[in-house]
Ligand binder design. Structure first.
Ligand code: GSH
Length: 203
């Protein structure tokens, strides 16, 4: 397998963590879709990373689809429960976490627009999404070690990545102070070698 990814993409980080947790061998091809000579649009019409190319040469994107594909390989640990409805619930937590990342990216891009062009209202709108989604994830995490079941799964990995991305890009959002269960979950995820080894090389 080949994973086309940028080292700073949180969505790609989610997949790199899943691959590491499952000890699945893969080749990491570093490619940024923002660079002129990128190969990503030829692999993914949407021009986004991550893209996974299977050993059979099939391309899968975006990250929830790649996560689903990795489950089909049967490598332990399973990141989705066997029960289909429970699996949908885990994927709902993944979508919430990915949505936090989406809003955090949107707020960052907006804040980087030149003065006079950037909209503080739009930044606030994106941050409201983050707050609502954090509150929902906190509800799901309260009183538990992991979001679902007895072992960490796809929702926990996605949540860890989203929370780490907030720390990196929006350190002003003091989510730990208001979301104790997520703070505990993050601490457990951040200690994993798969998280440590995929830290983005930017400040
Ligand atoms: N929903 C997608 C989001 C992927 C995404 O937005 N990736 C960013 C990098 S963090 C990207 O490639 N952006 C390039 C672009 O938007 O043109 C996923 O989960 O894979």
């Amino acid at each position: 397998m080949k994973l086309f990814a940028s080292l700073t993409s949180p969505y790609a980080r989610k997949i790199r963590i899943l691959l590491a947790e499952k000890a699945l061998p893969f080749e990491l091809v570093v490619d940024s879709p923002w660079e002129a000579n990128t190969r990503i649009p030829a692999l993914n019409p949407l021009g986004k990373v991550p893209v996974l190319i299977t050993d059979q040469g099939e391309a899968f994107f975006d990250s929830p689809v790649i996560a689903g594909y990795l489950e089909t390989l049967g490598a332990a640990p399973a990141m989705l429960p066997a029960d289909p409805l429970e699996a949908v619930r885990v994927r709902q937590s993944e979508a919430l976490a990915d949505g936090i990342t989406d809003a955090a990216v949107a707020a960052l891009l907006e804040s980087r627009r030149p003065d006079g062009q950037k909209s503080e209202a739009e930044i606030a709108r994106q941050k409201d999404k983050i707050e609502r989604a954090l509150a929902e994830l906190e509800k799901r995490a309260a009183g538990r070690t992991w979001l679902h079941g007895e072992a960490p799964g796809l929702g926990d990995v996605a949540a860890g990545v989203a929370l780490a991305y907030l720390d990196l890009r929006h350190p002003d959002i003091d989510w730990r102070a208001r979301h104790a269960a997520l703070a505990g979950l993050a601490e457990r995820r951040f200690a994993r070698p798969s998280f440590i080894d995929t830290k983005p090389p930017v400040g």
